[in-house]
Design a protein around this ligand. Structure first.
Ligand code: C2E
Ligand code: CA
Ligand code: CA
Ligand code: CA
Length: 279
């Protein structure tokens, strides 16, 4: 009944080899996807909870694979981060969002600011403020049209360079949003150490709103803190009309979620802008 250690080892290395080959394979495909325009930005509205109007859009990346169809970012962003392909992908996201903003403005649409997501690795690769400055200049956009969503995980590596970057970006007039608030370590500490224009309460709190008093108390406390800091507070993951009513009553200023709209293609987004105040 004793297993043969060397056989186990062989199996293990075979599995590892297979896994590595798959990863290399997928990385190659992702690189090709970037080069052949298979990446797309979809847009999801953020709604003013008082007026019901669309006040901004979050740009969410999709891989439109010719055979598979749309692939969600959770399935390829981690890989892109491991392979440093996140650098060129992030550059593409930034320029595409700015290109779309420029096109909407030129088309006379009632344009709102756009939020893009940035991961820690992108900051570590460097020169984010320069890239943002160049993209805004290239597409002739005011910095207030761009919001950078940064998850709390960014601060797991507390670095002076990151602090410098965020201060530079804030001074430039780009808006900063703290994403997935409440899921990381020391959430409140980040608010004390950095300046944010907006706090996004993680959808896990929203999903639990109906299950007891705790989530409501947390959402309310975050809204109070945000108000004291002069920051917007966004509730994400709003799927039900009851959740919308609750977060509005608890003091959230903006809402985002399937209740209002799923993320939509750029052409659908134009239509949403034209049909403003649809919510
Ligand atoms: P996130 O930044 O927290 O984005 C919100 C996610 O929640 C999106 O998933 C969105 O489609 C989804 N969502 C919105 N409303 C609802 C709702 O009512 N219910 C539920 N269940 N989900 C909702 P998505 O598009 O799959 O993106 C997943 C994550 O991938 C994002 O989480 C973000 O961390 C990352 N990501 C997306 N685009 C980019 C990008 O361009 N760059 C980087 N670095 N990361 C990105
Ligand atoms: Ca986000
Ligand atoms: Ca989020
Ligand atoms: Ca997230």
């Amino acid at each position: 009944s004793q297993h043969n250690p060397s056989a186990t080892w062989t199996q293990y290395t075979k599995a590892l080899e297979h896994q590595t080959r798959e990863t290399v394979n997928l990385t190659t495909k992702l690189r090709r996807a970037l080069e052949t325009d298979q990446l797309e930005l979809h847009y999801q509205p953020q709604v003013d909870l008082v007026s019901g109007g669309i006040v901004s859009a979050e740009a969410l990346l999709r891989w439109n694979h010719p055979q598979v169809g749309f692939i969600a970012p959770d399935q390829f962003i981690p890989l892109a981060e491991q392979s440093q392909l996140i650098g060129p992908i992030g550059d593409w996201v930034l320029r595409q969002a700015c290109r779309d903003l420029r096109a909407w403005r030129d088309g006379g649409l009632p344009v709102t600011p756009v939020s893009i997501n940035l991961s820690l690795i992108e900051f570590q690769l460097g020169s984010i403020p320069d890239k943002i400055r160049h993209a805004l200049a290239e597409f002739d956009l005011p910095p207030g049209m761009l919001t950078l969503e940064i998850t709390e995980s960014v601060f797991e590596q507390h670095s002076q360079a990151l602090r410098q970057d965020l201060e530079t970006l804030s001074a430039m007039g780009v808006r900063l949003s703290l994403d997935d608030f409440g899921t990381g370590y020391s959430s409140l500490g980040h608010l004390n150490d950095y300046f944010f224009d907006e706090i996004k309460i993680d959808k896990s709190f929203i999903f639990q709103l109906d299950e007891g008093p705790y989530s409501q108390a947390i959402v309310k406390a975050v809204a109070v803190i945000a108000a004291a800091l002069g920051a917007d507070v966004v509730a994400e993951g709003l799927e039900l009309v009851s959740q919308v009513a609750t977060v509005r009553q608890l003091g959230c200023t903006k809402g985002q979620g399937y209740h209002f709209s799923r993320p939509v293609t750029e052409s659908c987004w134009r239509q949403l802008l034209i049909d403003q105040n649809a919510f």
